[in-house]
Ligand binder design. Structure first.
Ligand code: ZN
Ligand code: ZN
Length: 174
Protein backbone atom coordinates (compact mmCIF):
# COMPACT_ATOMS: atom_id res chain seq x y z
CA UNK A 1 0.00 0.00 0.00
CA UNK A 2 1.06 3.59 -0.48
CA UNK A 3 1.02 5.83 2.59
CA UNK A 4 0.27 9.53 2.36
CA UNK A 5 3.13 11.14 4.29
CA UNK A 6 1.50 14.56 4.36
CA UNK A 7 -0.59 13.52 7.34
CA UNK A 8 2.61 13.43 9.43
CA UNK A 9 3.68 16.98 8.54
CA UNK A 10 1.73 18.66 11.31
CA UNK A 11 2.51 16.06 13.96
CA UNK A 12 5.99 16.88 15.20
CA UNK A 13 7.89 15.01 17.89
CA UNK A 14 5.32 12.34 18.57
CA UNK A 15 5.59 8.67 17.78
CA UNK A 16 2.68 7.52 15.66
CA UNK A 17 1.81 3.98 14.67
CA UNK A 18 -0.05 2.99 11.56
CA UNK A 19 -1.15 -0.39 10.31
CA UNK A 20 -0.43 -0.69 6.60
CA UNK A 21 -1.79 -3.40 4.33
CA UNK A 22 0.80 -5.24 2.22
CA UNK A 23 -0.45 -5.64 -1.34
CA UNK A 24 2.08 -8.26 -2.36
CA UNK A 25 0.59 -11.54 -3.60
CA UNK A 26 3.65 -13.22 -5.05
CA UNK A 27 7.34 -12.85 -5.70
CA UNK A 28 9.51 -14.13 -8.53
CA UNK A 29 12.98 -15.30 -7.53
CA UNK A 30 15.39 -16.64 -10.16
CA UNK A 31 12.51 -17.06 -12.61
CA UNK A 32 10.33 -19.03 -10.17
CA UNK A 33 7.08 -17.56 -8.86
CA UNK A 34 6.13 -18.01 -5.20
CA UNK A 35 2.64 -17.21 -3.85
CA UNK A 36 2.38 -15.37 -0.58
CA UNK A 37 0.62 -17.35 2.13
CA UNK A 38 -0.04 -14.76 4.83
CA UNK A 39 -2.27 -11.74 4.67
CA UNK A 40 -0.88 -9.74 7.57
CA UNK A 41 -0.40 -5.99 7.54
CA UNK A 42 2.75 -4.31 8.82
CA UNK A 43 2.69 -1.86 11.70
CA UNK A 44 4.88 1.12 10.92
CA UNK A 45 6.14 3.69 13.38
CA UNK A 46 6.40 7.31 12.21
CA UNK A 47 8.32 10.02 13.99
CA UNK A 48 8.53 13.54 12.66
CA UNK A 49 11.61 15.09 14.23
CA UNK A 50 11.25 18.88 14.40
CA UNK A 51 9.69 19.00 10.98
CA UNK A 52 13.05 18.13 9.40
CA UNK A 53 13.15 14.36 9.34
CA UNK A 54 10.52 11.69 9.26
CA UNK A 55 11.78 8.41 10.68
CA UNK A 56 9.90 5.29 9.67
CA UNK A 57 10.44 1.78 10.94
CA UNK A 58 8.62 -1.51 11.18
CA UNK A 59 9.16 -5.25 11.27
CA UNK A 60 7.20 -8.25 10.08
CA UNK A 61 7.59 -11.60 8.33
CA UNK A 62 6.15 -12.66 5.00
CA UNK A 63 5.60 -16.31 4.19
CA UNK A 64 5.66 -17.79 0.71
CA UNK A 65 5.04 -21.16 -0.93
CA UNK A 66 8.16 -22.89 -2.16
CA UNK A 67 9.55 -26.36 -2.67
CA UNK A 68 12.54 -28.15 -1.21
CA UNK A 69 15.63 -27.82 -3.43
CA UNK A 70 16.42 -31.52 -2.96
CA UNK A 71 13.14 -33.47 -2.71
CA UNK A 72 10.68 -30.90 -4.19
CA UNK A 73 8.24 -31.25 -1.27
CA UNK A 74 6.22 -28.13 -0.36
CA UNK A 75 7.99 -25.85 2.07
CA UNK A 76 6.95 -22.53 3.59
CA UNK A 77 9.59 -19.86 3.29
CA UNK A 78 9.48 -17.11 5.90
CA UNK A 79 11.28 -13.92 5.00
CA UNK A 80 11.99 -11.40 7.76
CA UNK A 81 11.23 -7.79 6.87
CA UNK A 82 12.85 -4.87 8.66
CA UNK A 83 12.03 -1.46 7.26
CA UNK A 84 13.75 1.68 8.34
CA UNK A 85 13.90 4.96 6.51
CA UNK A 86 15.09 8.44 7.26
CA UNK A 87 13.10 10.82 5.11
CA UNK A 88 14.12 14.43 4.77
CA UNK A 89 11.47 17.15 4.95
CA UNK A 90 12.02 20.50 3.32
CA UNK A 91 9.23 22.95 2.49
CA UNK A 92 6.69 20.20 3.07
CA UNK A 93 8.40 18.05 0.43
CA UNK A 94 9.70 14.61 1.35
CA UNK A 95 12.90 13.14 0.00
CA UNK A 96 14.52 9.81 0.58
CA UNK A 97 18.25 9.37 0.72
CA UNK A 98 19.61 5.91 1.40
CA UNK A 99 22.68 3.84 0.59
CA UNK A 100 21.14 2.20 -2.43
CA UNK A 101 19.96 5.50 -3.83
CA UNK A 102 16.45 4.09 -4.07
CA UNK A 103 13.55 6.43 -3.84
CA UNK A 104 10.21 5.05 -2.71
CA UNK A 105 8.42 8.39 -2.50
CA UNK A 106 6.24 9.81 -5.22
CA UNK A 107 4.07 12.91 -4.80
CA UNK A 108 4.31 12.64 -1.02
CA UNK A 109 3.28 8.98 -0.98
CA UNK A 110 5.56 6.27 0.39
CA UNK A 111 5.56 3.02 -1.59
CA UNK A 112 5.61 0.57 1.33
CA UNK A 113 5.12 -2.46 -0.95
CA UNK A 114 8.16 -1.44 -2.98
CA UNK A 115 10.29 -1.23 0.15
CA UNK A 116 9.03 -4.60 1.39
CA UNK A 117 9.60 -6.24 -2.00
CA UNK A 118 13.26 -5.14 -1.91
CA UNK A 119 13.55 -6.73 1.54
CA UNK A 120 11.96 -9.95 0.31
CA UNK A 121 14.58 -10.27 -2.45
CA UNK A 122 17.35 -9.44 0.01
CA UNK A 123 16.18 -11.91 2.63
CA UNK A 124 15.26 -14.77 0.31
CA UNK A 125 17.18 -17.90 1.40
CA UNK A 126 19.89 -19.10 -0.99
CA UNK A 127 18.94 -22.70 -0.24
CA UNK A 128 15.46 -24.00 0.58
CA UNK A 129 15.35 -27.36 2.35
CA UNK A 130 12.43 -29.18 4.02
CA UNK A 131 14.95 -30.22 6.68
CA UNK A 132 18.72 -29.89 7.00
CA UNK A 133 19.34 -33.58 6.39
CA UNK A 134 16.87 -33.99 3.51
CA UNK A 135 17.95 -37.03 1.47
CA UNK A 136 16.48 -35.70 -1.76
CA UNK A 137 15.27 -37.66 -4.75
CA UNK A 138 16.96 -40.82 -6.00
CA UNK A 139 18.76 -39.82 -9.23
CA UNK A 140 17.91 -43.22 -10.73
CA UNK A 141 14.25 -43.95 -9.87
CA UNK A 142 13.19 -40.47 -8.75
CA UNK A 143 11.65 -41.61 -5.47
CA UNK A 144 11.74 -39.35 -2.42
CA UNK A 145 14.44 -40.97 -0.32
CA UNK A 146 13.06 -39.37 2.85
CA UNK A 147 10.01 -41.63 2.38
CA UNK A 148 11.27 -44.68 0.48
CA UNK A 149 14.52 -46.57 0.66
CA UNK A 150 15.19 -47.83 -2.86
CA UNK A 151 17.91 -50.27 -3.95
CA UNK A 152 19.14 -48.24 -6.88
CA UNK A 153 22.83 -48.14 -7.68
CA UNK A 154 23.57 -44.45 -7.23
CA UNK A 155 27.34 -44.79 -7.29
CA UNK A 156 27.56 -43.07 -10.68
CA UNK A 157 26.04 -39.62 -10.34
CA UNK A 158 28.13 -37.49 -12.63
CA UNK A 159 26.16 -37.16 -15.91
CA UNK A 160 29.40 -37.00 -17.92
CA UNK A 161 30.35 -40.32 -16.37
CA UNK A 162 26.91 -41.70 -17.24
CA UNK A 163 27.43 -40.72 -20.88
CA UNK A 164 30.79 -42.39 -20.89
CA UNK A 165 29.26 -45.60 -19.50
CA UNK A 166 26.51 -45.49 -22.15
CA UNK A 167 29.11 -45.37 -24.90
CA UNK A 168 31.12 -48.05 -23.18
CA UNK A 169 28.11 -50.36 -22.80
CA UNK A 170 26.83 -49.86 -26.36
CA UNK A 171 30.29 -50.56 -27.80
CA UNK A 172 30.37 -53.78 -25.83
CA UNK A 173 27.07 -54.90 -27.39
CA UNK A 174 28.42 -54.53 -30.95
ZN1 ZN B 1 13.49 -32.08 1.07
ZN1 ZN C 1 16.03 -45.26 -6.55
Amino acid sequence: MKVDLKEFLEKEDVTLEKEVAIDIRDVTVAGVGHSRKDDDPITLTFYNSEGKNLYISGKTKLSFEASCDRCLEDVDVEVPIALSADIGISDDVFSMDNDEGLDYIEDGYLDVDGMIMAEVHLGWPSKILCKDDCLGLCPVCGKNRNLVACDCDTQVRDPRMMQFLDVFNSSKEV
